[in-house]
Write a protein that binds this ligand. Structure first.
Ligand code: UN1
Length: 503
């Protein structure tokens, strides 16, 4: 059986602890052991951070277009290996192969975007208030970035963070989710291969480091390490709060992408077939395990009963199974723990005043499904906005259906949670659509589209409890990975005092 390693200072090596953990296929738990991965400790983190710190002195001096060339090659290698990456990702975390192909493609798109950003990284200039003086500004790299990523997008999310960090001239220590170490290993292998090919004799060890292990150990060590300048984290609100507190005290720059309780509104004038396709994809794609998953459906009262009936018919037809097999719509939950969390929310829902479980609500254990952590797609109706199943992130195939009176009521319900990541409204009335764009409190709003499907070159992130105001993706992420330097060049040959000599 294959034993995998950390990657520190340009070398693959075991954790100094010697400890390892198993990585297994969530659809075939007992029969498919993927490999053993290091369970690292503070010492591994320290070695990685020291290597990254050392490498920063050289990497920041490589011209940004050349750093971009590395990422261009990373994108090429990922494209060549797309099928293999997707297959292994499905094996490791369960979502169906069409989705893991999409996840990989999002990484490729991010690589090419970052590659071209190496030739932009624009700064501004502005006229000076004094004669014979020039004012410029530059984006400067910051230092060592600690990257902590979740298991639901094992390729896309790490690339959203690592590629911009690198092209801006930072170095990286990467802690992937414990449940998806294999995809992370492949990503780091590819980055290192591209570094060696593009830089040749100028290769710098330590620009990218990989430390596998638990959040409570490795993540905590990132937090307390004085030489980690930035932390980018995607995961739970609870952990995000802690990172912000400790990181804030240490004046680390912190980017947080946290929970969501995303809703899709369907108005009485909508295209219902389209809205149905969208909610199925939004709620049950990735087995509901997306930050952007549709976990609330808000239906206009006039169409509520008709829509729910059609929805249940469609949900009955969803095929569960191992995502690398043909014609599977929904894979397993990522782990036994995750399935238990989902089930505990279903129990909460059943006990909440007058919420009705319409379909699902139990483990799926028929035939081959008994080998994995499958859960039946679940729908609750008669859900009230303040119920826990309408407020808390479940991260599983559970949809809560609520009824609204009109557009305003629908938007109020949608806005009535602590989160604000993604949102959607189905309407054919252009006035309603524009009002929704204005009034919905979310980082992402889809008109006549599902709550999932963000593109790599657009800002990604949320308002309120979903984050701390940064955005990944597109041009916006470059604000996080650089710091501005203002430069004044005085060619007058004399001391010119701003604000004083000229007024
Ligand atoms: C996430 O939900 O964790 O928009 C990321 C989407 C994907 C990315 C989602 N492109 O659904």
């Amino acid at each position: 059986m294959k034993k995998y390693q950390n990657f520190i200072n340009g070398e693959w090596r075991d954790s100094v602890s010697g400890n390892t953990v198993e990585n297994r296929n969530p659809a075939k738990w007992d029969e498919d052991l993927i490999g053993l991965f290091p369970s690292s400790n503070e010492e591994d983190v320290n070695l990685a951070v020291c290597a990254a710190r050392e490498a920063f002195n050289k990497w920041r001096l490589i011209p940004a277009p050349k750093r971009g060339d590395v990422l261009k090659l990373v994108g090429d290698i990922m494209s060549n290996r797309k099928e293999e990456i997707a297959f292994e990702m499905t094996r490791e975390m369960g979502k169906v192969i069409a989705e893991t192909r999409g996840d990989t493609q999002e990484g490729i798109d991010t690589a090419y975007y970052a590659a071209s950003e190496g030739r932009r990284l624009f700064g501004y200039n502005a006229p000076s208030e004094l004669p014979n003086k020039m004012n410029l500004s530059f984006r400067m790299p910051i230092g060592v970035a600690g990257i902590i990523t979740p298991w639901n997008f094992p390729m896309a999310i790490p690339t959203w963070k690592i590629f911009p960090a690198l092209v801006c001239g930072n170095t990286v220590v990467f802690k992937p989710a414990e449940l998806t170490p294999k995809t992370a290993t492949t990503l780091v292998e590819i980055i290192d291969e591209a570094m060696k090919k593009v830089l040749g004799n100028d290769y710098i060890p330590g620009v990218i480091n990989l430390v596998h292990g638990k959040g409570r150990v490795v993540g905590e060590a990132f937090l307390s390490h004085k030489d980690i300048d930035l932390i980018s984290f995607t995961g739970s609100t609870e952990v995000g709060r802690r990172i912000n507190e400790v990181g804030g005290r240490m004046l680390k720059r912190v980017s947080l992408e946290l929970g969501g309780k995303n809703a899709q509104i369907v108005m009485d004038d909508a295209n219902f077939d389209l809205a149905l396709d969208a909610v199925l994809w939004g709620a049950f794609g990735t087995t509901g395990q997306r930050c952007t998953a549709t976990s609330r459906l808000i239906l206009h009262k006039k169409i509520h009963d008709m829509f729910v009936e059609k929805l249940v018919e469609r949900v009955k037809k969803l095929r569960l199974g191992y995502g690398n097999e043909k014609d599977v719509d929904v894979g397993p939950c990522v782990s036994e723990t995750q399935r238990n969390i989902v089930h505990s929310y279903v129990e909460i829902g059943k006990n909440e005043d007058k919420a009705t479980l319409l379909i699902g609500g139990e483990f799926a254990i028929e035939g081959e499904l008994s080998k994995g952590w499958f859960y039946k797609p679940t729908i609750f109706v008669n859900v009230k906005p303040n119920m826990r199943i309408a407020q808390e992130e479940i991260f599983g195939p559970v949809l809560s259906v609520l009824k609204c009176e009109d557009l305003e009521d629908g938007i109020n319900i949608l806005n009535g949670t602590e989160y604000g990541l993604s949102s959607s409204i189905f309407t054919n009335d252009v006035n309603k659509a524009f009002k929704a764009v204005r009034d919905i409190q979310a980082g992402i709003t889809y008109i006549n589209g599902a709550t999932i499907g963000a593109e790599a070159h657009m800002p990604f992130g949320g308002v309120k409890g979903t984050g701390n105001g940064h955005r990944e993706g597109g041009w916006t992420v470059y604000d996080f990975y650089t710091e501005w330097k203002a430069v004044y060049i005085d060619y007058s040959g004399k001391l010119q005092r701003a604000q004083i000599d000229n007024y």
